[in-house]
Design a protein around this ligand. Structure first.
Ligand code: SF4
Length: 380
């Protein structure tokens, strides 16, 4: 028996190209609720400890939270779970934007992808109509290009109605910490789900969802949503973060708990002068692409206005200034914290390693953009 309000499960066999839709069973929903619970349960059931994370038998599970797409504040997120090629253990990472809400509006809460395709493919979900399509023309393209091409191909008259989750060259080339990226700027870090998608030759999942979500008691649900939203606003969370997460970091600094230099230190000299909110505001071009129904809207689109990366647009004002350069590799489907780890580790741990070892340790040798190559300006 299905549970009221939950979307269906979409099971996709990339090898046979068989696609199955079925209801989420009530006992499963009650026991595991959604998101990470759904993902971990299915991963546990479908995989074995000895399984190669980059082999065809690994699974990638995309699972909405129980409230995703309902309008509940801060709940518009999706968990991506797989066996990590980086750690060999469970990898879960969640992402925001509109992709999860639109998956729900298309009538689904869960996608389970199994086996591998011989050729690059993408999954196209157009409400209840679902099909696998050839993605040869997208292979090698970065996440921004892939998203733009698919949006215009699938809905030329209104491309923004399409949400695309995809991988870039890092995932295609099995960089073990590559991440799927959706709605251009939202990233599901960090255990390498992008590499697993690359191994399966699943380039993207594009979707359009035009339905609505039915809740069991609409009046009470609306009232609870309104109250939760108001409580967030009254707590001044949104007020405290007009510059995005940068604003919160001032408080981290005052408490000595900045996650600086990959958690090596809690304080940084000249942090406010070089990475504070005033510096961030110089770069913020507009606040947009926030997660579905979130009143905090911590998401900022930042544009570099000067220097060699002038014109580059990066998500959030995490650290404008020197670190913004790292946005240049975001579209290959890597993620900031891994980059920061790399920045910290490479000079230290691999100082004595030969050139080839350094390259493979960084995992960046497969990236196609000059700025990501070992020894390039970004590493100095
Ligand atoms: S906009 Fe920011 S605060 Fe709101 S759900 Fe997304 S990441 Fe969280």
């Amino acid at each position: 028996m299905a549970v009221h309000g939950y979307g269906k499960i979409l099971e996709v066999d990339l090898s046979t190209r068989e696609i199955r839709q079925r209801e989420i069973a009530a006992e499963f929903a009650r026991a595991y609720i959604g998101g990470m619970g759904f993902g971990c349960r299915i991963l546990y059931q479908d995989t074995r400890p000895e399984l190669d994370p980059l082999g065809p038998k690994n699974v990638v599970i995309f699972a909405n939270g129980a409230l995703t797409g309902t309008g509940a504040p801060c709940a518009g997120r999706t968990e991506i779970t797989t066996k990590s090629p980086l750690t060999g253990s469970t990898s879960t990472g969640n992402t925001g934007g509109l992709w999860g809400a639109r998956l729900k509006h298309a009538g689904f809460d869960l996608i389970v992808t199994r086996n591998s395709s011989e050729k690059p493919v993408y999954l196209w979900i157009d409400d209840a109509a679902v099909e696998l399509r050839d993605a040869s023309h997208l292979w090698g393209k970065d996440t921004q290009e892939t998203s733009e091409i698919l949006q215009h191909e699938l809905c030329p008259s209104s491309p923004s109605k399409i949400s695309v989750l995809c991988i870039g060259p890092a995932g295609e080339n099995l960089v073990r910490y590559a991440c799927p990226v959706n709605d251009y700027h939202h990233v599901a870090g960090r255990g390498g789900a992008g590499a697993v998608m690359g191994a399966k030759r699943l380039k993207a999942i594009a979707l359009r969802g035009t339905g609505t979500v039915e809740t069991a008691r609409p009046e009470e649900s609306r009232e609870a949503t309104r109250e939760a939203r108001q409580r967030i606003l009254d707590a001044k969370m949104a007020d405290r973060m007009p510059g995005g997460p940068v604003d919160a970091r001032k408080e981290y600094l005052e408490r000595g708990c900045l996650p600086a230099r990959n958690y090596q230190t809690g304080v940084l000299s000249q942090f406010i002068e070089t990475r504070g909110v005033e510096v961030a505001r110089r770069y913020v071009v507009r606040q947009e692409a926030t997660c579905h129904a979130c009143p905090i809207s911590c998401f900022n689109l930042v544009e570099l206005k000067e220097g060699k990366y002038s014109g580059l647009k990066v998500n959030r004002g995490i650290a404008p200034g020197p670190v913004i350069e790292w946005g240049a590799i975001n579209s290959t489907c890597l993620k900031t914290l891994r980059r920061e780890y790399t920045m910290v580790c490479l000079p230290r741990r691999f100082q004595r390693a030969g050139k080839e070892n350094r390259r493979s340790a960084s995992g960046l040798k497969t990236c196609t953009r000059p700025s990501t190559a070992w020894g390039s300006a970004s590493f100095r």
